[in-house]
Design a protein around this ligand. Sequence first.
Ligand code: GUN
Length: 287
Amino acid sequence: MTAKIIDGKALAAKLKVDMQVEIISLAQKYGRAPGLAVVIVGNDPASHVYVKNKKIACEQVGIKSFSYALPAETTQEHILGLVAELNQNPLVDGILVQFPVPEHISEKRILNAIAVDKDVDGFHPYNIGCLAARQPELRSCTPYGCLKLIESTGIKLHGKEAVVVGASNNVGRPMALELLLAGATVTVAHRFTNNLKSHVERADIVVAAAGKQGLIQGEWIKQGAIVIDVGIHRLEDGSLTGDVDFDSASKRAGWITPVPGGVGPMTITMLLGNTVTAFKKHVGVVT
Ligand code: GUN
């Protein structure tokens, strides 16, 4: 078998076109466009690239972005003060503080300070709790994007065996909650899991989010499985690769995401979608 490619770039582009149309009519009706505040602290080059890409994506769909680039020495109190101000700003629907932040700043304190209705990353414990309680509000971008990619195959998730590899707060845990909500039987594997292979082998759906290059071997993949690769690693020759050994896995999987061009473009698109969702709530659109 040669796997079909799940084209995240194409799906993201389609969703963005639909969003652009919706935002034009929302802005006309409510007199302003959705607004996203993006805060970055320090000089991490990769983070600056991510933030720039998020701002470009906002422009593409008509979301107004507000940028706050702060020096690495910025105090935690200053950032908390800025977040408090943005929480009150009626033109700001979403607040994103790019992580990682410098070591003297607590990520936990920052994300807990963001108003839950402006938490467009979907990282706040309130929003994770809503998902766990089957009342999703703002959903974590990468897991929600992965769910959309899985749904794009047309394969129903009810009763399927899903294995999430990685139990991070931002990806693995909310991913497991998304799959559970969608009716799959979910296993979460993590650094203390014994015999990872035995779990992956029985999965109809594998979501690899361990952050370890090539961790998932192609021979482990069940024939016909859906494989979603959240990992992104730069090789010495400059090319990008994931947590899954793509060449061997694509010989067994039914569907597989490429790296790049799979999960990455969907994460940003879900961020835009969350900003529109937050805007609708703020202006009082009844859904
Ligand atoms: N750093 C890497 N990915 C993300 C993300 O999705 N959101 C935030 N806030 N920081 C990140």
